[in-house]
Write a protein that binds this ligand. Structure first.
Ligand code: GRG
Length: 306
């Protein structure tokens, strides 16, 4: 791609990111009934320096299906709110027990555990309140249902539950079954929110069944590649660049792709899922800038450092 072309895409991503950050900032202002400490902790956890991958996916998918991306901003914020809550709760001592997130103290370290639990409790309804800003009641209904399912017991929360159960060594005997189980965990724990981000963007743009299906396949394969590269990052990465503690998976005896497959095979698997994700986009017009962005985002997963 020409330098001019890549500059155009870079500016588009920046514009989307700024729009999401401004809307998140706006949504995290509360009236006097919200205690200051809670409001501060919500803003600390929501507005930190995350990649904003999921909200950007909502907007790219929306653009790919011909939408006016700014109609999709409420859904972009909603998925980021669910994501932010899941990170805050995942970092708690009862779960992953992490001190660092996004290059600074985790919410419960900066504030305290009850506050961190309540931050999560508040971010979930805030996400659905955000969906109330979508342009129609019909979209509010469809998007609420999709997001509730993706965040629910058979998706995000269920994946987290099974991940915790594995850490406690349940069923470790069945090594052959474990790679399948690992994939089932990550399709839910990591994949469900990524997948729903793409679906919401497409649905808000009024995308066809074939388009939503293609976005869903991109999301599913991207989600698995994302998890494998996250696992590789834990083994090979640099803590300063990643902004979180690394080498924890082996310490905690976690089931990960490198632990089960080795580094080389994990890298091959990540590449295979990246290729599948990109292939899923073949039905979309090559002239659409958001198609190039989604392709580049998938390629960039390989060898990422944060
Ligand atoms: C508590 C219900 C519940 C779920 C927790 C988020 C999560 C599920 C677990 C975090 C553990 C983990 C490392 C998952 C791998 C994928 C992942 C979600 C990474 C973090 O997402 P990024 O890299 O984070 O997009 P930023 O900070 O950039 O937003």
């Amino acid at each position: 791609m020409s330098t001019k072309g890549s500059l155009f895409l870079k500016r588009r991503v920046e514009r989307f990111r700024n729009a999401v950050d401004a809307a998140l900032c706006d949504a995290a202002k509360f009236n006097d009934n919200c205690p200051d400490r809670l409001g501060d902790a919500i803003r600390y956890s929501l507005l930190g320096s995350g990649k904003r991958l999921r909200p950007l996916f909502v907007l790219f998918a929306n653009g790919l299906c011909g939408g006016d991306c700014f109609n999709a901003i409420p859904a972009a914020c909603a998925v980021e709110m669910i994501h932010a809550y899941s990170l805050v709760h995942d970092d708690l001592p009862a779960m992953d027990n992490d001190d660092l997130r996004r290059g600074r103290l985790t919410c419960h370290k900066k504030f305290d555990e009850p506050t961190a639990i309540l931050v999560g409790d508040a971010l979930i309804p805030l996400a659905f309140e955000m969906l109330g800003k979508l342009p129609s009641k019909e979209l509010l209904g469809i998007c609420s249902l999709e997001l509730a399912r993706a965040a629910g017991a058979a998706a995000l929360v269920g994946g987290q539950m099974d991940d915790i159960a594995n850490e406690k060594n349940l069923d470790r005997k069945h090594k052959n079954a474990s790679i399948n189980l690992l994939e089932q965990i990550h399709l839910r724990k990591t994949g469900a929110l990524i997948r729903v981000s793409l679906r919401l963007g497409g649905l808000i743009a009024g995308g066809s069944v074939a388009q939503i299906d293609a976005l869903d396949r991109y999301g599913k394969n991207f989600g698995l590649a994302f998890q494998i590269t996250d696992d590789l990052l834990d083994v090979l990465g640099n803590e300063n660049a990643a902004g979180k503690r690394l080498h924890k998976d082996a310490e905690m005896n976690k089931w990960t792709y490198p632990a089960l497959l080795g580094i080389k095979k994990s890298e091959e698997e990540a590449q295979r899922y990246v290729n599948e994700a990109i292939y899923a986009l073949k039905i979309f017009d090559n002239k659409l800038p958001d198609k190039d962005i989604l392709i580049k985002t998938a390629h960039d997963l390989i060898g990422r450092n944060k």
